[in-house]
Design a protein around this ligand. Structure first.
Ligand SMILES: Nc1ncnc2c1ncn2[C@@H]1O[C@H](COP(=O)(O)OP(=O)(O)OP(=O)(O)O)[C@@H](O)[C@H]1O
Ligand SMILES: [Mg+2]
Length: 252
């Protein structure tokens, strides 16, 4: 894919986080025994070469574990939100964040940051109400918006230029149109100096122009794949080309 945004940062812009590295972490127990984490612990940096990095991989491959660890290492609340969110409804984050090194660009710090976890956004919405900051989220409490509307409010109003945004399956709330709207917002924010790391299964979000797609393989290593070879894209394409063949295979 090629395009105006999502790809190489605009001239003069350096990324906030260029890579992650795992130094001296234990090798046993969750999350250190996950194949993806082991692959990282084997000494290789995982590079984020473009302003948008998309993390793909099957259910249970470790995307949320990795993105949550990046959020923790970046000082964001592990249950979601910005730097100023400190609530914890149920502490279940792994200790990976404490062992993760973010390779930052010296002197370049994000002006804003947000960790969106689709699965716990309800709690973030409650915290937004409690803090009385709905004005920064479009003026209406996320609890009074639909799931998808509240995500799009967040991207439209709370995500700002020059920010670092970590999104875990934002498509969970979004229609196809909603995903397209998010793609457009991401492209505009990248033009304005923001960086995104997004875990996704969505063939639409994976099409973010110029983004890098990192796919966690079943064996663990994380490899860069072109759009057409990303599993959600290839599999969805094959399904849509002949749904009956897949359904027959499943004996449906
Ligand atoms: N607190 C925990 N304790 C032990 N194992 C866990 C814990 N949280 C997650 N896991 C396991 O770690 C693996 C990776 O989980 P993770 O949530 O990172 O996957 P994922 O790639 O985000 O999957 P999905 O696409 O379903 O969201 C899974 O096998 C999961 O069962
Ligand atoms: Mg997940």
């Amino acid at each position: 894919m090629a395009g105006r945004a999502g790809g190489r940062p605009p001239a003069g812009l350096t990324l906030f986080i260029r890579a992650i590295r795992l130094d001296g972490a234990p090798r046993a127990g969750y999350p250190f025994d996950l194949p993806a984490v082991r692959a990282l612990a084997d000494g290789r940096e995982l590079r984020f070469p473009t302003a948008v990095t998309l993390l793909s991989g099957d259910n249970g491959s470790g995307k949320s574990t990795l993105i949550e660890a990046v959020a923790v290492a970046a000082g964001l609340n592990p249950e979601g939100g910005s730097e100023s969110f400190r609530f914890a409804t149920r502490s279940s984050e792994s200790s990976l964040g404490e062992h993760l090194t973010l390779v930052r660009t010296p002197g370049r710090n994000p002006r804003s940051g947000f960790f969106l976890r689709a699965e716990s956004y309800y709690n973030v919405a409650t915290e937004i109400e409690r803090l009385g900051v709905t004005g920064s989220y479009g003026g209406v409490s996320p609890h009074q918006r639909s799931h998808g509307e509240s995500f799009l409010d967040l991207a439209a109003h709370r995500f700002r230029p020059g920010g670092l945004y970590l999104l875990d399956e934002p498509e969970a709330a979004l229609s196809v149109n909603g995903c397209l709207a998010l793609l457009l917002r991401i492209a505009d924010l990248v033009e304005a100096g923001s960086q995104f790391l997004i875990a996704t299964h969505s063939p639409i979000l994976l099409a973010s122009p110029g983004a890098t797609i990192l796919e966690i393989t079943p064996e663990g290593p994380i490899r860069e794949v072109p759009y057409d070879q990303a599993e959600p894209v290839a599999l969805t394409r094959a399904f849509l080309a002949d749904p009956g063949r897949f359904l027959r295979h499943l004996s449906l």
